[in-house]
Design a protein around this ligand. Structure first.
Ligand SMILES: NC(=O)c1ccc[n+]([C@@H]2O[C@H](COP(=O)([O-])OP(=O)(O)OC[C@H]3O[C@@H](n4cnc5c(N)ncnc54)[C@H](OP(=O)(O)O)[C@@H]3O)[C@@H](O)[C@H]2O)c1
Length: 267
């Protein structure tokens, strides 16, 4: 990895920032992308002080249409060639579906799916020409079954998983390793942004991993040859059992594990 360049989306906090730190510790040069300029600048300074590499910061809203072309333009203008694309930016929504804001659901689809496809389209041709490159997409254990109360979020992550697995097979003989990283609950700003403090009491979010543990697994996913890397043995067992359990049963089980407290009281 030494001397290669990684572009990490959603690097202003959480898993993306942890992955950026971990890559920098391997001598990887970085392009950090998100909307929060101050957080990106602060991360870039810390990484420079700690690891001696000075990351390039690009502020961009990945909800925008054609964000891939916009980002590629800025990266090329800076004379940078990307060897590793980490599609990490994303967010979730939580609650009974009829209570969730339609605009936010659409924004979620745009960032979690639209930007992943668009950035892959924009960067893949150049990466193919370079060879020995990789794309790491951050999916989730939510990808393996329908998730009531996070229906759109889980569906976006199922897309990311399927998309990554398909591209893994398509490009494995062409010098591009594509992988999906699937963490369970991680202690980041993601949980607070779900907008219901009660979510931490659900079976899914009551115990969490640190973003640093997930970043370590990201490195393993890049070094391994497979398309799917599930974080944690328990999660791997659950996710793989979900693959052979009837979908209706999985929907009921995950619904019970995610049911908001307020909803449970009404039931
Ligand atoms: N935390 C979990 O429990 C968990 C579990 C499994 C998978 N994941 C996945 O892991 C990834 C990272 O999430 P996290 O847990 O690290 O959450 P986080 O701490 O909230 O970080 C999310 C990152 O995405 C960026 N982002 C969100 N909307 C964006 C937009 N419109 N344009 C550009 N950047 C945007 C945020 O940056 P700005 O706000 O600065 O733009 C931030 O850097 C997500 O794809 C998430 O779905 C999380």
């Amino acid at each position: 990895m030494i001397g290669s360049t990684a572009l990490v989306t959603g690097a202003s906090g959480g898993i993306g920032a942890a992955i950026a730190h971990r890559l920098a510790s391997e001598g990887v040069r970085l392009v950090l992308v998100a909307r929060s300029k101050d957080a990106l600048d602060a991360l870039a300074s810390t990484i420079h002080a700690r690891h001696g590499v000075r990351p390039t910061v690009i502020v961009l809203d990945l909800e925008r249409r054609a964000c891939g072309a916009l980002l590629l333009q800025q990266v090329q203008a800076a004379g940078i060639e990307v060897d590793l694309l980490v599609n990490n930016a994303g967010f979730g929504t939580y609650g009974a579906f009829e209570t969730l804001a339609p605009e936010l659901e659409q924004a979620q689809i745009a960032v979690n799916i639209g930007a992943v496809v668009d950035l892959t389209h924009a960067f893949l041709p150049g990466m193919l020409a370079r060879g020995r490159v990789a794309i790491l997409n951050i999916a989730s254990t939510a990808a393996f079954q329908p998730c009531p109360f996070m229906a759109v979020y889980a569906a976006t992550k199922a897309f990311v998983l399927s998309f990554s697995e398909a591209l893994w097979a398509e490009y494995r003989g062409r010098g591009v390793h594509v992988a999906a990283l699937c963490p369970g609950a991680v202690d980041t700003g993601f949980i607070g942004k779900l907008g219901d403090p009660g979510v931490r009491e659900t079976a899914v979010f009551s115990s969490t991993l640190s973003p640093q543990v997930v970043a370590e697994q990201a490195i393993r996913a890049l070094r391994g040859g497979g398309p799917t890397h599930i974080v944690g043995l328990k999660n791997a067992l659950l996710a793989n059992s979900a693959r052979v359990t009837p979908r209706r049963l999985m929907a009921l089980i995950s619904g019970a594990m995610l049911r908001p407290r307020t909803h449970a009281q009404r039931a």
